[in-house]
Ligand binder design. Structure first.
Ligand code: DGL
Length: 270
């Protein structure tokens, strides 16, 4: 048993989309979340910068006494997973790509065509294709970078025509040409636009990295006998810029009023 919290982080608010799945599946676990809202998006930055940011955030989470680090960001998982594992050898570091690739490998067939939508960095890394191939070499995939989506989501531009047009701009031709029947949300911001995607492409199956990572966390806790017994302490949310939209999105994603959420500012600038 281990009652220390689990540390989650993302470039911004995207990683928050894992938290409702966590609370539902592992309700005894306490969460510390950090969103680097001052420096988002990471998805078009260089790998060196992303690694540096990831190490800073890892230091902060470790200083908060976490028992595990969850990289709730595909972009960081694609670039800095090994860096963080080497820097923090005493605690498990879990990324979102491998657990999601496992679900693709186990649930899709060679007749499917799996489209991976993600940031530029994630697509350029080829991390999804590599992991899916390792787990099942018979799955057909194609990837598409969608760099304008994260800034729009961070701005809360979701339930409107601009988001729909942007999605169509990236996906209409891609889905048609590649004959995609399954879409992987290879960015933890994208569950926030899952309703748009379902409305625009109703016949396409959606696999979300934000959801699938929770099973990997459960397996890791089981392996190390580190489940929490339930704690009186509340979950804590940190952001490097406490914008109005960040607070609004936390309320929207977690379905709770900000007064009942422990939301804090934390500056990590170098
Ligand atoms: N949520 C991050 C991801 O999963 C977004 C990256 C970004 O900041 O561009 O990739």
């Amino acid at each position: 048993m281990d009652n220390r919290p689990i540390g989650f982080f993302d470039s911004g608010l995207g990683g928050l989309t894992s938290i409702p799945h966590m609370i539902k599946t592992l309700p005894n676990e306490r969460i510390i979340f950090f969103g680097d809202t001052a420096r988002t998006p990471y998805g078009s930055k260089s790998p060196g910068t992303i690694k540096l940011f990831a190490e800073q955030i890892g230091d902060f989470l470790v200083s908060e006494g976490v028992k595990m680090i969850v990289i709730a960001c595909n972009t960081v998982s694609a670039t800095a997973l090994d860096t963080l594992r080497a820097k923090f050898p005493d605690i498990p570091v879990i990324g979102v790509i491998s657990p999601t690739a496992r679900v693709v490998a186990n649930t899709c067939t060679p007749n499917d065509k799996v489209g991976i939508m993600a940031t530029k960095v994630t697509v350029a890394s080829g991390a999804y294709e590599k992991k899916i191939y390792e787990k099942n070499p018979y799955i057909n995939t194609a990837s598409i970078p969608c760099p304008a989506l994260v800034p729009l989501i961070e701005e809360g531009i979701i339930d409107n025509e601009i988001m729909d047009l942007t999605l169509k701009y990236y996906l209409d031709d891609f889905i048609k040409k590649e004959m995609i029947d399954t879409l992987v949300l290879g960015c933890t911001h994208y569950p926030l636009i899952a309703d748009n995607l379902r409305r625009l492409y109703p016949n396409i199956k959606i696999i979300s990295s934000s959801k699938e990572v929770v099973e990997a966390i459960r397996i890791e806790l089981e392996k190390t006998d580190a489940f929490a017994s339930g704690s009186a302490e509340e979950n804590k949310f940190f952001a490097s810029d406490l914008s109005e939209n960040f607070v609004k999105m936390i309320e929207k994603i977690l379905g709770e009023d900000k007064a009942s959420l422990n939301i804090n500012f934390k500056n990590l600038d170098i």
